[in-house]
Design a protein around this ligand. Structure first.
Ligand SMILES: [Zn+2]
Length: 105
């Protein structure tokens, strides 16, 4: 079984990658290379194949700057994330309900 190992960049010295960015990248990489990993696992060899994934967003890992819930999976609790992953990346639809202090009188 040849194991597929991803060669991804290390964070800057003394820093760590945002856990949210890593989770998003991991999902993209797994989706892109899943069939290749399955095929390699059937080859009967005891080897490692190192690849540099070429997926959109692979170069957009951000440094973690805060402990906060990952906006896309808050159920995971506090994680070390970047501001983008803490705040959420998708625009949130504005409520049609009047908000206190903003209602016209
Ligand atoms: Zn992030």
């Amino acid at each position: 079984m040849t194991a597929l190992v991803y060669d991804l960049p290390l964070p800057p010295d003394g820093e760590e990658w945002c856990s949210g960015c890593v989770m998003l990248l991991r999902g993209k990489v797994d989706k892109e290379y899943h069939s290749q990993a399955v095929e390699l696992a059937k080859d009967g060899r005891d080897e490692v194949k190192l690849i540099r994934p070429k997926v959109p967003g692979a170069g957009r890992l951000r440094v973690a700057v805060v402990s906060a819930p990952f906006a896309l999976a808050p159920e995971l609790g506090l994680m070390r994330v970047c501001w983008t992953c803490a705040a959420g990346m998708a625009p949130v639809a504005q409520s049609s309900l009047a908000r206190p202090g903003l209602a016209r009188g």
